[in-house]
Design a protein around this ligand. Sequence first.
Ligand SMILES: [Zn+2]
Length: 239
Amino acid sequence: MTELLYQTDSYLQEFEANVLSVLTDERAVVLDRTAFYPSGGGQPCDFGSLTVGGLIYPVQKVKKQADDVMHFLGGDAQLPSAGSTSLGTLDWARRHKLMRTHTAMHVLCGTVFRDYGALVTGGDMEPLKGRMDFEFATMRGELVREIEAAVNKEVAQAREIRIRILPREEAFQIPDLIRTKINLLPEGIAQVRIVEIVGLDLQADGGTHVRNTNEVGHIRVADYKSKGAINKRIYIEIA
Ligand SMILES: [Zn+2]
């Protein structure tokens, strides 16, 4: 089982961990703790490196499998052995861009829900750009500039982002969470991580975020696409 350090500290760039197990065929190691985000919720995984016994392995992919986080190592150096201590280092430039992008996505969905009552059905992101799907029948080209102005106004409000991990029962009592389909969370999940953009948005979310919307930068609504009468996709870019 891997302790997920990024869940409580998204700004951790370097960490020490023990190698729990080694999957030779896949060139992957499971660590007892990690700051590497293993992808999920539309946020892609982190890259970086793992240093073990003086050898530096590039971390090329990170994936969660049940309670373990697997770190896939590049190069052809001999793999470390289970029990060794390691130093993980994130590609921080990439991760910080993803944090800005992920928070921008929440600013977008919080604003669109507040102003138009449209619900999110999905989303995906890369560093500094993302797309989000809404049930948004009235979306049309003329709204693009209006939405862009509204999201940048929220960014400029310098809203704090708060992360909390709550017992399931307690989380279910927060009425605002219902719209993000918290009731779809599997029975087995005892704790729910809540990401709140104070005064704007509240979601059950596992991703990494900046501390304050003033760290996001400028959000451009780059495009929108109709995916049918109801479903609309909005594209954003962050600068
Ligand atoms: Zn999210």
